[in-house]
Design a binder for this molecule. Structure first.
Ligand code: IPM
Ligand code: MG
Length: 356
């Protein structure tokens, strides 16, 4: 098969981790006789430096015309004082919105070899963690109207958090369908004791749940879920939640796996076009040192093979290769353990390619 991939390395450690994922994709292409054609696009701070905006129209067009998008990370202190309209993050949100990537899948899987890297006790994570956060990605407070105005001599800022029934239903369906393919258990997370959007969310999810009688469905409040994720994470299978709650809970959940550097994500549209990125940020403090963990990005590339290209065997092979490299005791600094071999970002990429 021939596939066009828009590659957006971005800022900080973005280019380093993306280079490792490309190594692995090239190996997949060779081994399985595919052709992957990469078009590189600047996004975030590096684009601001060159073009004074976080993504160009041409860059956006390349993303839209590709079979999928692979992203590293955007942002850094250098661009923190940019006006909100041209901040690096703005480009990420624009790509999500313009490509219609409303469904963000964030699998939280603990590789058992890393159980001791998790800050949680082994009684809690030792049995294995395998949950999936389905985050709504193109609605809510991220995209509602924003303003800062002067009221009675002081500044007042507002961010609106709108959600329509159809937006909730659309993400709800993805979550129920995903739960059907996993362990048929779905927890919908909201703040229905306070927020109007959450009350509509809950009502819509309840209506949908009637269509999926086989799925064991439950509601939970976001504050209590934050606590339960630490107390008893294995009670969860699929979690569905709105944009900002999903942002926060997925960072929290990533720590169950030992390191945020391990966590991949897929952002899906109604078609096969998707964007794939690790959930961590650009880590400017370690950029250029070749010590970042590329596994979250490599596992994101595996999700690309699975979800956008329908290459399940290839995706399985990449995940197995990661597993084997961990079995052999190779670790980047963030997941380093006693008696393991510490490797750089590029060595880790090469090891996974070899294991393939
Ligand atoms: C994420 C990130 C982004 C988000 C930022 C960089 C805008 O934290 O993908 O989780 O908040 O969605
Ligand atoms: Mg986040």
């Amino acid at each position: 098969m021939k596939k066009k991939i828009a590659v957006l390395p971005g800022d900080g450690i973005g280019p380093e981790i993306i280079a490792q994922a490309i190594k692995v994709l090239d190996t997949v292409a060779r081994r399985y006789n595919h052709e992957f054609e990469y078009t590189y696009v600047d996004i975030g701070g590096c684009s601001i430096d060159k073009y004074n905006r976080p993504i160009t129209e041409e860059g956006m067009q390349i993303c839209k015309e590709s079979d999928s998008v692979l992203l590293g990370a955007v942002g850094g202190p250098k661009w923190d004082d940019c006006p909100p309209e041209i901040r690096p993050e703005k480009a990420l949100l624009a790509v999500r919105k313009e490509l219609g990537l409303f469904a963000n899948l964030r699998p939280t899987k603990l590789f058992l070899q890393l159980a001791s890297s998790s800050p949680l006790k082994s009684e809690i994570v030792g049995g294995g963690i395998d949950l999936l956060i389905v985050r709504e990605l193109t609605g809510g407070v991220y995209f509602g109207a924003k303003k800062t105005e002067n009221v009675d001599g002081q500044l007042v800022a507002t961010d609106l958090m709108p959600y329509s029934e159809s937006e909730i239903e659309r993400i709800g369906r993805v979550a129920f369908e995903t739960a059907m393919k996993r362990n048929k258990k779905l927890t919908s997370v909201d703040k229905a004791n306070v927020l109007e959007t959450s009350r509509l969310w809950r009502k819509t999810m309840h209506r949908l749940s009637l269509e999926y009688p086989e799925v064991e469905y439950g509601d939970a409040l976001v504050d209590s879920t934050a606590m339960q994720l630490i107390k008893n994470p294995s009670q969860f299978d699929v979690i569905v939640t709105e944009n900002m709650f999903g942002d926060i809970l997925s960072d929290e959940a990533s720590m169950l796996t030992g390191s945020i550097g391990m966590m991949p994500s897929a952002s899906l549209s109604l078609g096969t076009l998707g964007m794939y990125e690790p959930i961590h940020g650009s880590a400017p403090d370690i950029a250029g040192l070749d010590i970042a963990n590329p596994l979250g990005t490599i596992l994101s590339a595996a999700m690309m093979l699975r979800y956008s290209f329908d290459m399940a065997a290839e995706a399985d092979a990449v995940e197995e290769a990661v597993n084997r490299v961990l079995d052999l005791g190779y670790r980047t600094g963030d997941i380093m353990q006693d008696n393991c071999k510490k490797v750089s970002c590029s060595q880790m990429g090469a090891l996974v390619s070899q294991a393939l």
